[in-house]
Design a protein around this ligand. Structure first.
Ligand code: GLY
Ligand code: MN
Ligand code: MN
Length: 438
């Protein structure tokens, strides 16, 4: 679907900022390739996050060119119209549509890529093009750049450097604009509804994938494109496997279930985890561990405000978690010793936060000049401590328990906002919901 006038203005504003940041040269971006699932069946198409952020153009086999010093500063190369193919697989904008609906100064058929780009690159002092991607379109772009470089002795000009577009784009993507925040909020609202549905519906004996199906159904019914990542529906000991996605075990009675599921809506992701009893209530040991993770998460979230670093959020979270592990007899030694020696890693082996946006593990540097970067308003990230007690050597009652509580947090001018607060996580609130069902 072509961008609305509001979105078109946002996209044009982004391109103007990119041009300012480039210091001349030419920036090249390729659409995501289509991928074969089996035989002649493709995976559902997902546009490349950077390409979509800059163009809003939803089709594969497309290249965007930003050239601040050229007479036409924004070019699109796209698939030509083809009534026969369009009858089978749907509408193409074609070069005319790329100009009229997507705001390109000029557009060409993708077949003309090399012919049109070559003279542009011959004059460019540097080119922004990612060498991290390896697909046919990225390869074609690299070929044109190579030829322009090889022609330098003859032409007397041509690119001497290939720069990573992420240097510009990923810093921009890290600071969410109003349109992006609206989409993230929407994705998260849908995810929270799906978590509530699961809490209302789970019964011992049900298969994990039945809950996964309910979550997917809730996502799609509310207009999300689907899950932002494969949903983790992990009952009992499966919750100690960080990226468990088999989702094929029957729910036992009196155990915990960990669900890590987030919708993708209009290209933006939610990432939310809740852990709750398959029965009506948490048992005493389950509750002890759950409240430890909850308190740790609260400490991490409370630390969030402009100027603070994700490192500090992690440290605040970790301290409270380790205090509980020592108090409950799961770890020996003082809190400082446990943190110093990393002995908590047996039970908590991942970091507390990651950026969130178009990609679930979103782009943007975590450090600048070797130091953790200070948070700024408009940044969005997760706070997701957990405990995973897979092995022995701990009191019997704690074995096989996995817990994670994950919220999505926005840095505001004065502090923070928890965007996923609509998914219940307090013990009383969850037990009240479970009492209606189990
Ligand atoms: N769902 C992936 C993560 O929590 O990072
Ligand atoms: Mn996450
Ligand atoms: Mn997650």
């Amino acid at each position: 679907m072509a961008p609305t006038p509001d979105d078109a203005a946002l996209l044009a504003g982004r391109r103007a900022r990119i041009m300012e940041a480039m210091g001349g040269g030419v920036l090249l971006l390729a659409a995501a390739p289509e991928r074969v699932r089996t035989g002649d069946v493709l995976y559902p198409y997902r546009q490349d996050s950077d390409f979509d952020y800059v163009t809003g153009f939803p089709e594969p086999e497309a290249v965007a060119v930003i050239a601040p010093d050229a007479p036409q500063r924004y070019l699109l190369f796209v698939r030509p119209r083809d009534p026969e193919r369009e009858l089978w697989v749907g509408h193409r904008a074609g070069p005319e549509g790329a100009v009229e609906q997507y705001g390109a100064d000029a557009a060409h058929a993708l077949d003309d890529l090399e012919k049109v780009l070559a003279p542009l690159l011959e004059k460019a002092p540097h080119v922004y093009h990612t060498v991290l991607r390896d697909d046919p379109l990225a390869g074609r772009l690299l070929g044109v750049i190579r030829r322009a470089q090889a022609g330098r002795p003859r032409a007397g000009s041509g690119p001497t450097a290939i720069r990573e577009p992420g240097e510009i784009l990923h810093e921009m993507r890290l600071h969410k604009d109003a349109g992006e925040l609206a989409r993230i909020r929407h994705a998260i609202a849908i995810a929270c509804e799906a978590h509530r549905e699961a809490m209302r519906s789970a019964r011992p004996g049900m298969l994990e994938y039945e809950l996964e199906a309910l979550i997917d159904f809730t996502f799609r019914r509310r207009g999300a494109s689907g899950p932002a990542y494969p949903s983790i529906v992990a009952s009992g000991p499966n919750a100690t496997v960080l990226h468990y996605t088999s989702n094929d075990r029957p729910l036992g009675a009196e155990e915990l279930i960990l669900i890590d599921a987030g919708a993708e809506q209009a290209g933006y992701c939610a990432d939310v985890t809740r852990t709750w009893p398959t029965g009506k209530r948490y048992s005493a040991p389950q509750r002890d561990l759950y409240e430890a993770v909850l308190a740790a998460q609260a400490a991490g979230i409370a630390a969030v405000c402009p100027g603070v670093t994700l490192e500090a959020v992690h440290t605040a979270t970790l301290r409270v978690l380790v205090e509980a592990l020592v108090r409950l007899g799961l770890l020996e030694g003082s809190v400082d010793e446990v943190i110093e020696k990393d002995s908590y890693r047996r039970f908590y082996m991942h970091r507390t936060s990651h950026w969130l946006g178009r990609d679930v593990h979103d782009v943007g540097r975590y450090g600048i000049d070797g130091a953790p970067r200070p948070l700024e308003p408009g940044m969005v990230f997760t706070v997701e401590p957990g405990l995973y007690i897979a092995d022995g050597g701990v009191p019997e009652a704690f074995r096989g328990i996995g817990i994670r509580i994950e919220d999505d947090v926005l840095v505001t001018a004065t502090g923070h906002e928890v965007l996923s607060a609509a998914a219940p996580k307090g013990v009383a609130e969850i037990e009240a919901l479970r009492a209606e069902t189990a």
